[in-house]
Design a binder for this molecule. Structure first.
Ligand code: SF4
Length: 364
């Protein structure tokens, strides 16, 4: 039985070529942490994110130079780009003109209605969506005074802003409700879900460093996805954004929603392990990072239990004393010297992937 409930029905929007809504796969996005004005560095980071499987990229637009840089950045990347705007609505107008595929605004800090109207008119002209990015840390003052920084306050802010846009006859919207803790984030999306058909961008904001960030994101985003509440996701980590993409796909994979790249399984090791499995696992993980094939690879500590415990893996290695074995679907294929284990496993994986690409005619 699937762990994941049916997706909440939403309207469908498009950010460039990527469709977002309940009829489309949950997409994985990230945000650059370069200075957007530094076109070369930003493009370099986006290209490495594209390689990792990032489907939509967001860039900060803190000033006019950043807005203008979007044009040059767009010429060198293939995934759609979202311009992230705070405070100055003129930056939204300039970003759209420079070719942004969507705008993210936090209406709470854009200000007067006439400025929001100008942004909406511009998004209509360019036929691009707007994400209403509600953040518990920057709610409209009046809402915060009345309701505090609660999930209810976030929902009220989202509904108010959806209404403002829809009153202007603009429905090309997605919404996010982010707080830095799982409880408020999940509660806010749950409360908003029955009240609108706007697609949800899900994530836990300012989630923290690697361990806290991955844990909070996996639980928060994971709970929402399991309840069918999430149409596109961003994991926030205080790290290289490539790690956000990897974490996003691992969350989707763990729930059985989507997968990308080989699945690695490895044992925690115990007293039976006589090889440096941590190092081997790290080398293999690194080597497989940019592979898009969907094979299951096992890295096990001992020949006694390894192949049996990892029977469902397509291919794997298990360590012995000074050597290891290569196995496929639990069956031992051959013995290998310890220092050649990694290379030979990677060669075998390469051959298997090439063969399956030939059979399927293409990559993922
Ligand atoms: S595969 Fe072998 S080394 Fe790894 S945990 Fe199991 S028994 Fe221990």
């Amino acid at each position: 039985m699937s762990l994941v409930q049916e997706r909440r029905p939403t309207r469908q929007i498009s950010i460039g070529k990527v469709k977002i809504g309940s009829k489309s796969p949950v997409s994985v996005q990230s945000m650059t942490n370069t200075q957007t004005q530094d076109v070369a560095a930003t493009v370099r980071q986006i290209l490495s994110l594209e390689k990792a499987g990032c489907e939509i990229i967001r860039v900060a637009v803190p000033d006019m130079e950043a807005a203008l840089a979007i044009k040059k950045i767009k010429e060198q990347i293939t995934i759609p780009l979202i311009a992230d705007i705070h405070f100055d609505f003129r930056l939204a107008l300039a970003s759209a003109k420079a070719g942004a595929d969507a705008l993210r605004i936090n209406p709470g800090n854009i200000g007067e209605a006439k400025k929001i109207r100008a942004v909406v008119a511009c998004a209509k002209d360019h036929d691009i969506p707007i994400r209403i990015g509600v953040n518990a840390g920057s709610l409209e003052k009046e809402i915060e005074q009345r309701l505090g920084t609660t999930a209810e306050a976030m929902v009220e802010s989202a509904l108010r802003n959806i209404q403002i846009l829809e009153d202007l006859d603009f429905y090309n919207i997605k919404v996010s409700l982010k707080a830095s803790d799982v409880s408020r984030t999940v509660t806010a999306y749950r409360l908003l879900a029955p009240k609108t058909t706007v697609p949800f961008h899900v994530g836990v904001t300012e989630a923290g460093g690697l361990y806290a960030g991955i844990t909070k994101s996996a639980i928060g985003i994971g709970m929402l996805l399991a309840e069918g509440l999430g149409d596109t996701l961003r994991v926030s980590l205080t790290r290289d954004p490539v790690e956000e993409i990897r974490t996003g796909y691992e969350i989707l994979r763990a729930l059985g929603i989507r997968s990308r790249g080989p699945e690695l399984i490895s044992c925690p090791t115990c007293g039976r392990c006589k090889i440096d499995l941590f190092k081997i696992a790290e080398e293999i993980e690194k080597a497989l990072l940019e592979q898009s094939s969907q094979i299951k690879v096992a890295i096990m500590g001992c020949v006694v239990n390894g192949p049996g415990e990892a029977k469902e893996a397509d291919i794997g290695i298990a360590g012995g004393d000074g050597m290891g074995i290569l196995f496929k679907k639990g069956k031992v294929i051959r013995k290998i010297d310890q220092d050649k284990l990694v290379d030979q496993l990677l060669d075998e994986i390469d051959n298997m992937t090439k063969n399956s690409e030939e059979v399927n005619g293409k990559k993922e």
